[in-house]
Design a protein around this ligand. Structure first.
Ligand SMILES: [Zn+2]
Length: 331
């Protein structure tokens, strides 16, 4: 992902805290209101939706297995090993796994490299579907390290690329038994981090390829919504609503953040955060309502310290709890 510090749309502190749960109210009421939401005493608890028995420990073990491979850049042996791991994992769970292969050349590079999005389908026969997605490649350089001599050291990118995969690997155990009305596609995007030169290089190869392919496909699958997971595993993660998501898929943001409030998932903040360019934009541009759940304050972003020890099962558990109920309610 790419963040624009100058386009900050933080609405905190100025009496502009955003209320996803209803019309804006005077600031004096807001603290009280937000406090009450987690307990949801005054809400219908949607009794038909059961909580997903997400195993945070097992999700962490998946995260460690992914990071044990080492860096997983597009077109490398590490990426290939990760693809094999993901394919076996989901096939063993009874899902259908498809490789969407393509190649791409980066502006700063002489040669093109092979890339592949992975599409893991549950209930593949259903025409109406939702997408849960994450990029799964890692960045060639840890370029947020203050000392540039460190940029080329081994960088496993646990939260950024790893956590979305690990969360979905664990969620995969539960999805096929959930009572859902829609088919579910987990999509892993390649080529999101394939950046060598931040000024010249192109972002989001995988999501753009996926979106273009979907637009051209006939008959076209009917995607009701897409939820992108990016850096969902950091310790004490905070998820304000990402700015583009709120502007362009407001209804879906309200659904997800409203549900988080109902379920007491306090990592989700009742605020609009900064705008982050990420894989959801290609989906939005293709006409799919898409949002990004992202902790863009993660301190180890694009640093060598983005390792499993700086991640936490609690952050992933909260995201999975919300997704599990959302999947059961979506039509
Ligand atoms: Zn990144």
């Amino acid at each position: 992902m790419r963040r624009f510090i100058l386009v900050v749309a933080l609405l905190v502190g100025g009496g502009m805290v955003l209320h996803f749960f209803g019309p804006a109210e005077p600031e004096a009421d807001s603290a009280q209101k937000r406090e009450r939401v987690p307990f949801a005493a005054d809400r219908d608890a949607a009794p038909q939706a059961k909580a997903v028995a997400f195993d945070g420990k097992r999700a962490m073990s998946y995260l460690e297995a992914i990071c044990d491979i080492g860096p997983r850049m597009s077109g490398t042996a590490g990426m290939k090993r990760q693809q094999e791991l993901i394919q076996k994992h989901f096939e063993d769970l009874g899902a259908k796994v498809a490789m969407q292969e393509f190649s791409a050349r980066q502006n700063s590079q002489r040669r093109s490299v092979p890339m592949a999005n992975m599409i893991v389908s549950f209930h593949p026969e259903r025409q109406r579907r939702v997408i849960l997605c994450s990029h799964y490649d890692t960045r060639p350089i840890a370029d947020q390290e203050p000392d540039p001599r460190k940029w080329r050291e081994t960088f496993v990118s646990a939260n950024d690329g790893g956590s979305g995969v690990a969360l979905l690997m664990e969620l995969g155990h539960h999805v096929k038994d959930l009572k859902t009305n829609v088919g579910v596609d987990f999509v892993f995007f390649d080529g999101e981090e394939y950046i060598f030169d931040r000024d010249r290089d192109k972002y989001f190869f995988g999501s753009e390829h996926f979106a273009q392919t979907w637009k051209k496909s006939k008959p076209r699958v009917d995607y009701a919504a897409a939820i992108l997971l990016d850096m969902v595993g950091g310790k004490n993660a905070r998820f304000p609503a990402e700015g583009y998501s709120f502007a362009r898929a407001t209804k879906l943001v309200r659904e997800i953040w409203g549900l988080a409030g109902e379920l007491g998932c306090q990592a989700f903040k009742d605020q609009v955060g900064q705008r982050v360019q990420d894989d959801h934009l290609a989906l939005l541009n293709a006409g799919i309502p898409a949002i990004d759940i992202i902790d863009f304050e993660y301190a180890h972003w694009h640093r060598l310290s983005d390792v499993p020890a700086n991640c936490s099962p609690q952050s992933m558990e909260q995201v999975a709890r919300v997704l599990g109920v959302w999947l059961q309610r979506t039509k």
